[in-house]
Write a protein that binds this ligand. Structure first.
Ligand code: IPM
Ligand code: MG
Length: 364
């Protein structure tokens, strides 16, 4: 029986995770899958309870599991912790990604036709929708490079990439492109300025030779940021380094109507019975300002659960059921506050949204 580590975290984390687990269990039940779910503390919640944002028990559970299902971590209260390595982001989220070897972060940005009017771009730019997959390198670059520090009026972060790190993420992007209709990879860098980007471009070009069926192109990150809002439909798979991927995926997410819609899968090398071990989390943060108000959108978390079913449990049909149910709930006009258009019909809370999706998964 696959073991899933459930880590709700902080802010809206527990409420979105409640809905995510509800839908995951509904899909598992329908498809005769038995899941062994274990909940553990992470982030500020863990810091409050144990003095550390990533307690050993939590790390241990995550390391033993087939998949990790995570809500969100952090909040203003924890930004004041003097030791930066005990803050939720740097003390829990980044170490989790690094210790679990999760170097490949997949963020599918899909414009659901029923949400087209929630997209901030002019209708003619997005007519017919778009389907962009951001493949973000997740355990290298500025986030992890050493040395790193702050001394008086001088602070320092280091951007380092090795050829091996770039090679493995490039393979992920090309393999993902091979099963998509357009088979195109855009590698994004800042090769006119950064040495790491020059190595990035050279390495991705080299890897591309193994994928004759995929078309590779390169773009500088500033131009890419511009084109995302100018011609989003021209994108297919974007592969890029950690920081650029963080920024571009938020930008692409907003084009889908809301950051509250964007799921993510973070994968490494380790194989489990159903596929690849992974960590699944919404791409948004803990939104402490709306925590407990029922306004949070659980769809990014629910859709992350679909990715968990697909990549770690090998349950493609169950994953599709969840994705179809989300699509149908949106078609039905149900909206959490973040995706509500002016002519909104059915405004729902976080919990109601979870109930609606789970209901469709179970009964249709
Ligand atoms: C994300 C988040 C994190 C990141 C933060 C919370 C450290 O923005 O998953 O995109 O930058 O990786
Ligand atoms: Mg981010």
């Amino acid at each position: 029986m696959p073991t899933i580590a459930v880590l709700p975290g902080d802010g809206i984390g527990p409420e979105i995770m409640h809905e995510g687990v509800k839908v995951l269990q509904a899909a598992a039940k329908k498809h005769g899958l038995h899941l062994d779910l274990h909940e553990a503390l992470v982030g500020g919640a863990a810091y409050d309870a144990t003095g550390h944002p990533l307690p050993l028990d939590t790390l241990d559970l995550a390391q033993r599991a087939d998949a990790v299902y995570l809500g969100a971590v952090g909040g203003p209260k924890y930004d004041k912790i003097p030791d930066p390595n005990l803050r939720p982001e740097r003390g829990a989220l980044l170490p989790l990604r690094q210790k679990l070897g999760l170097y490949a972060n997949l963020r599918p940005c899909v414009l659901y036709p029923s949400l087209a009017s929630a997209c901030p771009l002019r209708a003619d730019l997005v007519e017919g929708g778009f389907d962009i997959l951001v493949v973000r390198e997740l355990t290298g670059g500025l986030y992890f490079g050493q040395p790193k520090g702050w001394d008086g009026d001088r602070a320092l972060d280091t951007c380092v990439y090795t050829r091996d790190e770039i090679t493995r993420i490039a393979h992920v992007a090309f393999r993902a492109a091979q099963v998509r209709p357009n088979r195109r990879v855009l590698s994004v860098d800042k090769a006119n300025v950064l040495e790491t980007s020059r190595l990035w471009r050279e390495t991705v070009t080299e890897v591309a030779k193994e994928y004759a069926d995929v078309i590779l192109s390169h773009q500088l990150v500033d131009a890419c940021a511009m084109d995302l809002v100018r011609r989003p439909q021209s994108f297919d798979v974007i592969v890029t380094e950690n920081l650029f991927g963080d920024i571009l995926s938020d930008e692409a997410a907003q084009l889908t109507g809301s950051l509250g819609m964007l799921p993510s899968a973070s994968l490494g090398e380790r194989k489990v019975d159903g596929g690849t071990f992974g960590l699944y989390e919404p791409s948004h943060g803990s939104a402490p300002d709306i925590a407990g108000t029922g306004q949070a959108n659980p769809l990014a978390t629910i859709l992350s659960g679909a990715l968990l079913l697909r990549y770690s449990l090998g349950a493609e049909a169950a994953a599709r059921d969840v994705e179809d149910a989300v699509s149908r709930v949106l078609q039905g006009g149900y909206r959490t506050r973040d995706i509500m258009e002016a002519d909104h019909r059915n405004h729902v809370t976080c919990r109601q949204m979870g109930d609606l999706v789970a209901g469709i998964v179970m009964h249709d």
